[in-house]
Design a protein around this ligand. Structure first.
Ligand code: TNX
Length: 742
């Protein structure tokens, strides 16, 4: 493969986002997230005042008390809870065992009372969450009739407290938000190579040694020497704290699923108890990110340790499911261990993958004997699945598909849609993340049930969850920034009916939802207001810029003279016509304050802008940003990246572009820019030829250059031509390098 990226003078950003057209459904004004199953608007409103009461029988008391706490109007006393009473000015909670769906509820707001009915307290609890979202600042609740039930039984969120530790208060706040979004599983990732976070009474060194690392890698491991911060770091939860969190979650109808990683991601435990490893070597708790090769050795002593640990874990967590990890277990230590090789032979296992299966099956057997089930990451499929295991499919959906076909339960959490440790924006000021790119829209587009499955197989998809790995997330504020608003999108994926899911409608409800979250002090990512732009030639010699943000209420102001946009700069409407060189700058404002990342680009007008350009060979889809138009839109391709949407690449073929200037023009110079990225198989052309023509048919060569070189990533070439002509042909000969294996 050989490629070249080419630009005649200038280019655009091709913007994938569209105009924000708000779809107004009757649900929009109620702004509930996740969207309920059905909602019918009604006239009027219920007013909470000093005389409002909550009526609830004994079985609904717990939810009633929670409601009284949560809905307390400002400056007023907690609403009194009564067993029976007059329905006027009351919020009545009732259970009705005849309701079909387990977690369903029916909420009807009348002007003189509110009726909340559910099959079980959990349904009442979700009705209360909806009520919270309906509550206006003036303590009014708009009249409405809602019938609601979740699509999936498993609606999860994971948190890695091992790479970085988050205290009980932060974890509780996180759990509060899961509840607010009607999620019901909190997957607590408690052990890792870099830290062990749960007190185990029988093994005190786990808290003393495994919970602390000497220092932490700074940034990412580059090519040179890795840098460390030199600061001891760690922490763990005492068993009392664990109980407190589990009880707090249970009050919010959230099951906490603990994860104790095995056989890999175990270096911290091995650092505390070296006999758990294959070499017996004294290790340190890992200070760097990645996957450690120091894994548990499958000796009887290791199984005894793990069973003792899991016994304490079981006593703390009532969850039916215990997550045992199972991911990313390098096999090197087992390959090099005589004990492991012997065990493989003795047990008649095929290889190290068989040994991993043996490991998981033994742990499953132990947990099953205690009445618990295991969940494992999709690597537990390799070498044979343990008989009753539930698979968490993270490396795409394929592990989940395979498991569902084999009649195993599945939780979908593909990196492509569910990794909230990935970047959510292309904003250059975004904080460092592990990598990837997962914008809000992508999260929202997750469909947990793959088409490949039959209706029967689809029953095995219990639901989905998102994961927050915390290698680069060190503070509660940053954790919230990574979580919100992506969690709101996930909540709708797992709760709301598939039919009727609509991103634009979601966005219109999300804006008031974000205000509610901010009202609770949550640090929400505001990339929602980041601007993207598309600058296109409009073929009358001008450019037309369209600018958009995801937020439909963004007031965008712009300038063309290099000054910083302010609320008094011209307000962007449908497009901007640009006919001169300068700088286009735009910024979104909300209540007069700049919000989100603004947009800025230099505009370099020249004679080819918005003229007709034909490409004899089609550009490669791999490297093509804005296509043909990006060559004549007055925007330069980036000096750093060929992926900025402004470069056009040609793979395997020569480039031939014919420019029609419309009339005969006296030209002085042709300026060309080429991108060089040899590591990505992008090469400068071997040679360039410029030709001219009066009629667009017969071309005459003006000049040729054979040698093009640059030390930079971009070769900018100026060719003096001094010619009056209407048509120009630019030929660039491909480098001709044939790459092996790519
Ligand atoms: C993969 S997902 C991991 C984690 C990392 C994460 C970073 C999984 C089962 N393992 O250990 O933190 O990638 O995105």
């Amino acid at each position: 493969m050989y490629t070249r990226c080419f630009q005649i003078l200038l280019f655009v950003l091709c913007c994938a986002s569209c105009q924000n057209e708000q779809i107004v459904t009757e649900n929009t004004s109620y702004n509930i997230i996740p969207q309920p199953l059905s909602l019918t608007a009604r006239a009027g409103h219920f007013q909470i005042d000093a005389n409002t009461t909550i009526i609830a029988k004994a079985e609904s008391q717990a939810v009633a008390s929670y409601l009284a706490e949560i809905i307390k109007p400002e400056g007023q006393l907690t609403l009194p809870i009564k067993n029976t009473g007059d329905s006027t000015n009351a919020i009545i909670l009732e259970l009705n065992p005849d309701f079909e769906a387990e977690e369903s509820y029916q909420l009807t707001v009348f002007p003189d009372y509110i009726s909340l009915i559910a099959k079980q307290p959990v349904g009442l609890f979700y009705g209360v969450q909806t009520l919270r979202q309906l509550l206006q600042e003036d303590a009014r609740i708009p009249a409405v009739a809602i019938e609601d039930a979740p699509r999936f039984a498993y609606r999860g969120m994971h948190l890695d407290v091992a790479r970085h530790f988050f205290d009980v208060a932060t974890v509780k706040r996180f759990i509060d938000q899961l509840a607010y979004h009607k999620l019901n599983r909190f997957h607590w990732h408690l052990t890792e190579d870099q830290g062990w976070r749960i007190e185990i009474k029988q093994y005190p060194k786990l808290a003393e040694i495994a919970a602390f690392r000497k220092q932490t890698l700074i940034g990412k491991k580059g090519e040179g020497e890795a840098k460390y911060d030199g600061k001891r770091y760690g922490g763990f939860y005492t068993q009392e704290e664990i109980k407190e969190v589990v009880a707090y979650a249970a009050e919010r109808f959230i099951t906490v699923i603990p994860e104790i990683e095995l056989p890999g991601h175990a270096q911290a435990a091995i650092a505390a108890y070296p006999e758990l490893g294959c070499t017996g070597e004294q290790l340190e708790v890992w200070q760097t990110w990645g996957v450690s090769e120091n894994v548990y050795c499958p000796t009887e002593a290791t199984f005894e340790f793990l069973e003792n640990v899991l016994s304490e874990v079981i006593a703390l967590f009532p969850s039916e499911y215990i997550h045992i990890g199972g991911d990313e277990c390098p096999k090197k230590a087992w390959e090099e261990s005589a004990f492991c090789q012997n065990l493989i032979r003795k047990e008649g296992l095929k290889d190290e993958h068989g040994l991993q299966s043996y490991f998981i099956r033994r742990i499953e057997g132990f947990l099953n004997s205690k009445g618990r089930q295991i969940i494992g990451w999709d690597e537990i499929l390799e070498g044979g699945l343990a008989p009753n295991a539930t698979v968490m499919s993270w490396r795409g959906m394929k592990g989940g598909i395979e498991a569902a076909k084999a009649k195993h339960n599945v939780i979908m959490t593909p990196t492509s849609h569910c990794y909230f440790d990935y970047y959510q924006s292309e904003n250059p000021n975004k904080p460092l993340a592990i990598g990837g790119f997962l914008p809000l829209e992508k999260v929202y587009s997750l469909e947990p049930v793959p088409e490949e499955l039959t209706a029967e197989e689809a029953q095995y998809i219990l639901g989905a969850q998102a994961n927050i790995w915390t290698e680069y997330i060190t503070t509660p504020e940053h954790l919230e920034y990574m979580t919100f608003p992506r969690l709101s999108a996930l909540a709708e994926v797992v709760w709301s009916p598939k039919k009727g899911r609509d991103f634009e409608n979601f966005v219109s409800r999300l804006l008031p939802h974000i205000e509610r979250l901010e009202g609770m002090g949550i640090h929400v990512a505001k990339h929602f207001y980041d601007l993207t732009a598309s600058i296109q030639p409009n073929y009358d010699g001008n450019l037309e810029a369209t600018i958009s943000a995801l937020a439909p209420d963004a007031a965008i102001h712009y300038t063309l003279d290099g000054s910083q946009p302010s609320p008094s700069s011209p307000r962007y409407d449908t497009s901007i016509i640009i006919s001169n060189s300068g700088t286009l700058q735009a910024q979104a404002f909300q209540d007069g304050e700049a919000v989100g990342q603004g947009y800025s680009t230099p505009i370099h007008m020249h004679d080819a802008v918005a003229k007709r350009l034909d490409l004899a060979t089609p550009p490669s889809s791999k490297y093509t940003g804005g296509g043909r138009n990006s060559l004549i839109n007055a925007i330069l391709g980036s000096n750093e990246s060929f992926n900025d949407g402004n470069w056009v690449g040609f793979e395997g073929k020569d480039m031939e572009a014919i420019l029609d200037l419309g009339t005969k023009r006296a030209l002085k110079t042709v300026s060309l820019r080429f991108f060089k990225g040899e590591a990505q198989w992008i090469y400068l052309p071997q040679s360039i030829e410029i030709l001219s023509s009066e009629d667009g048919d017969t071309f005459e060569s003006i000049t040729t250059i054979a040698e093009i070189e640059t030390e930079q990533k971009v070769a900018a070439i100026q060719l003096p031509i001094e010619r009056s002509t209407r048509y120009l042909k630019i030929k660039a000969k491909n480098h001709g390098i044939i790459a092996n294996g790519r």
